[in-house]
Design a protein around this ligand. Sequence first.
Ligand code: SAH
Ligand code: SF4
Ligand code: F3S
Length: 446
Amino acid sequence: MAKKLYIRTFGCQMNVYDSERMAALLAHHGYERTDRPEDADLVILNTCHIREKAAEKVYSEIGRLARLREVRRRHGGEMLLAVAGCVAQAEGELVAERAPAVDIVVGPQAYHRLPELLARRARAQGAVIDTDFPPESKFDELPRDVTASGPSAFLTIQEGCDKFCTFCVVPYTRGAESSRPAAEVLAEARRLVATGAREIVLLGQNVNAWHGEGPDGRSWNLARLIRALAEIEGLRRIRYTTSHPNDMDAELIRAHGEVDVLMPWLHLPVQSGSDRVLAAMNRRYTADDYRRIVDALRTARPDIALSSDFIVGFPGEEEADHEATLRLVEEIGFAQAYSFKYSPRPGTPGSVMPRQVPEAVKQRRLEELQALLEAQQRAFNAATVGRTVPVLFERPGRHPGQLVGRSPWMQAVVVEDAAVGIGDLAPVAITAYHAHSLGGRIVRPH
Ligand code: SAH
Ligand code: SF4
Ligand code: F3S
């Protein structure tokens, strides 16, 4: 009988990709996925360390699972508990010390060794820990039979980060920046399309820093890779995330104007609109640099929509800095954004900087910023009403007969129409907008 595997994923899209790869690897070792943790022989928590709240969630989840395991044991069953991802990498054996219920701790660059770790755990007492940055690439060790789990598929092409922003744990949890070779990316993309993907979202902590040797022996950048991917028959949409402003080179900007399957949408985190704060964050661009990049993108692709990340209350942030952020947001106009209160992370330079901002001030600044960003998002969605936009349908909606897809600008679009199915790309006349989605009807050719 197949053993059952339950995976819960926290954090970014790269963790979502890694979870899929862990499931595929373990499928080769007799594990079948379940969405009921109480039935699982093996539970993997794929964790995130980016903010304190994200990391703390993991420990409460471990507590809940340990109780489920007790119930299973009373019925003669077992449940192994593995912690993977960025908390595993950052805290290592501390995870097992703090949560003795944990059997395996495995970092994001070592999870191809899970079968071996499971075998070691079966022989040993106590938790087994593997947070190496092994010399071999996990991508070379993982099974190649990647399949798309839906019309939109993630593909990690770049990992790690060398930028060391002073607030961020990623360079420590994911290690040094590295790119997968172009041939490997192209092969995986072809398999994804052959198994049903219509859209590929290229992933990396600094995805636009991707560079590698092309099949032609020359050095490729992301723009060149996107042009090669665009040739894959059946691939209708390409996106990439997350980009750093400093790696938005001229060729990549030009590709936005020239490659029609490259979607007019870009997540380009700015973090702050204050040059003083940006310098303290070690972002290595100014607010005006960011404005110039956005201008160039809009010149190349006038309908491009922008999304961003913001941190409020970085140490030393004054009222004037906060106002500079609000001003930048007003000038640029974002279609969508994530904003966070600064969370001091152990081991990062920001956490020991003087002039930490009080919680109440962070809260107020966050509310001001979010009110502005939400108004921009509403205005952006409202402006789509009355237009006809291409929608790629990805999943069933909440109510029977509904399908949900995405516009080129990442808006969720809901229709009720039996004549289209998941994986179809169809024009939709947008008739309504709600807080988190648009409504419309399929436009039929005359
Ligand atoms: N590589 C991406 C960001 C990855 S982390 C980039 O350079 O933009 C995702 C987002 O989490 C960041 O953009 C930032 O806004 C937020 N974040 C990271 N560390 C944080 C911290 N210590 N406190 C609050 N937000 C943080
Ligand atoms: Fe973190 Fe992004 Fe900065 Fe790298 S570039 S340190 S991932 S915020
Ligand atoms: Fe979190 Fe690690 Fe991603 S810290 S945001 S899961 S890279």
